[in-house]
Design a protein around this ligand. Structure first.
Ligand code: PAF
Length: 282
């Protein structure tokens, strides 16, 4: 597996693979890779001949009070994991390579609708940062397909919408959330949790499962149900940011008539903000 740091080298390596008739898959990441990321690379390998991953901690998607500076950077371990998973090329640019003209004047991609509310409400500008860097990366790599985790459900919806709206010829593939044995969704931010917090964290997924069971069992008073869910999280020591039931197709608030549902949650455990979601059909 080669690691390249410039757009020029990236394009040359991808062009070589293309000239050999290879189908290109892309897995964008911010590094600190865990089994969830490796599942994305494996899915990419199943669907294409040449897998490109990127590791770039994108400053544009972090708010001023967020964890940009402390976000774990573990390049050597990540390279080993990518190599083991069969990745062919790693793009690891620095900030100047991605934003050579600075970030203030950078053209932004802003996806309407699905970016609003949920994480978009709590993290203003976050999805503009994600949509902008993903569009740039797509233009640099020009893959046939790109694989993203369903754990970041709203992010996946934002990316599907931007690909549709900007007519990008890229197939977006979602990969189900990888979980620890106790149900906690794998996330690079789980590393911030101390032992006690880590033991508490699975309550997030348990709560989602309980809510889904109640809805499957016929409960339709979503506001009441969600209040109960928030109380469960609070009782366990979490501070809910949001807990909502939405239509999984367009992220609009669910009504009694909605059949394809997603329950989405974000909550703070100490200073760590965790997200998770559960999709199901009625
Ligand atoms: O999900 C992530 O790791 C990031 O948001 C992404 C898609 C790599 C963009 O920086």
């Amino acid at each position: 597996m080669n690691t390249v740091k410039t757009v020029l080298d990236l394009r040359a390596a991808v062009a070589r693979a293309r000239s050999e008739g290879k189908r290109i898959a892309f897995v964008p990441t911010m590094g600190n890779l865990h089994a969830g990321h490796i599942a994305l690379v494996e899915k990419a390998r199943q669907r294409a001949d040449f897998v490109v991953a990127s590791i770039f901690v994108n400053p544009l998607q972090f708010g001023p009070q967020e964890d940009l500076a402390s976000y774990p950077r573990t390049l050597t371990a990540d390279q080993e994991k990518l190599l083991g998973a069969g990745c062919h090329l790693l793009f690891h640019p620095d900030v100047e390579e991605m934003y050579p003209h600075g970030m203030d004047g950078q053209t932004r991609v802003s996806v309407r609708g699905v970016s609003e509310g949920l994480c978009g409400g709590s993290r203003p500008g976050h999805f503009d940062g994600v949509a902008t860097v993903v569009t740039k990366l797509f233009n640099m790599v020009q893959p046939d397909i790109a694989v993203f985790g369903e754990k970041d459900f709203q992010q996946l919806a934002v990316i599907r919408t931007l690909v549709r709206d900007l007519n990008l010829p890229i197939q977006i593939v979602g990969e189900p959330t990888a979980r620890a044995e106790d149900g906690l969704a794998l996330s690079s931010r789980n590393g911030y949790l101390d032992e006690t917090q880590r033991a508490t964290a699975p309550v997030l997924y348990r709560t989602l499962t309980q809510l889904a069971e109640a809805i499957r069992g016929g409960e339709r008073d979503y506001p009441r149900l969600l209040e109960q869910g928030k109380s469960t999280l609070e009782a366990a020591g979490l501070r809910p940011d949001y807990l909502e039931v939405r239509d999984s197709n367009d992220l609009r608030p669910a009504t009694e008539a909605t059949r394809q549902l997603v329950i989405l949650v974000a909550a703070f455990l100490g200073k760590t903000r965790l997200i998770d979601n559960l999709t199901f059909e009625l």
